[in-house]
Design a protein around this ligand. Structure first.
Ligand code: 13P
Length: 249
């Protein structure tokens, strides 16, 4: 099992292009030679500046969203091909904020996963239960449903490229981190679900991240767990000092 830890930053709707460029100057300096792989996902309009700053460094760049159609009359949207042409390598798909605020369904997420792969982008596929679902004891069932629908029609060759991020909704932006055991048992169950769909080798090689209030203090313990291969970090990814610690955790 040669899974390398990935520290991924989801900047969400923060930073103007000039602020993003300034943050990148700090990150490039502080994350140089980082132990873990490093990915940042800035807002769409910051991508050109961030990609420019990331050139020749160890920092990879991802987008937070796109629309699943090839092109056409979809005012306000951007396509996977546009992101790829810009130099984007990764894209977050199925984040709970997009599911919740922008009504993205499992079916839409499945279309996005396939469209990202068809255009050479690496999906960072998010899943995660609400507090109510956890309390009702349906966490594993719910997440397996999310994963199975998101991966519908995805070939074994393509699924190898995907990164999954487990983000319990109750832990996002709340400062309430899942315990390492809670996070690990769900990541392990996701791996088990992938094993059922694609076999042991693919499941063992798949990178599965934890997200939800990851910070510089808890990252090392989380990343040391058997089935957690890094973090998808929101708030703490906006502070270069904190994120560089996570990039080395
Ligand atoms: P926080 O780290 O701010 O809780 O955000 C997590 C998240 O949603 C990353 O995608």
């Amino acid at each position: 099992m040669g899974r390398k830890i990935l520290a991924a930053g989801n900047w969400k709707m923060n930073k103007t292009p000039s602020e993003a460029a300034a943050l990148m100057d700090e990150l490039v300096a502080k994350c140089a030679g980082a132990k873990n792989d490093v990915l940042v996902c800035p807002p769409l309009v910051c991508l050109p500046a961030v990609i420019e700053k990331a050139k020749g460094t160890n920092i990879k760049v991802g987008a937070q969203n796109f629309y699943y159609k090839d092109s056409g009359a979809y005012t306000g949207e951007v396509s996977a091909a546009m992101l790829k042409d810009l130099g984007v390598e990764y894209v977050i798909i199925g984040h709970s904020e997009r599911r919740d605020y922008f009504k993205e369904t499992d079916e839409i997420i499945n279309l996005k996963v396939k469209q990202a792969l068809a255009n050479g982008l690496i999906p960072v596929l998010c899943c995660g239960e609400s507090l109510g679902q956890r309390e009702d004891g349906v966490t594993f069932d719910f997440i397996r449903m999310q994963i199975k629908i998101a991966l519908r029609g995805v070939s074994a060759d393509d699924v190898k490229k995907i990164i999954i991020a487990y983000e319990p909704i109750w832990a996002i932006g709340t400062g309430k981190v899942a315990t390492s055991e809670q996070a690990n048992e769900v990541c392990a169950d996701i791996r088990c679900c992938v094993k059922g769909l694609y076999g042991e080798e693919i499941a063992n090689d798949m990178r599965i991240l934890y997200g939800g209030s990851v910070n510089k203090a808890c990252a090392a313990e989380l990343f040391a767990m058997s089935d957690i291969d890094g973090g998808l970090v929101g708030g703490a990814s906006l502070k270069s000092e904190d994120f560089s610690i996570i990039a080395n955790a």
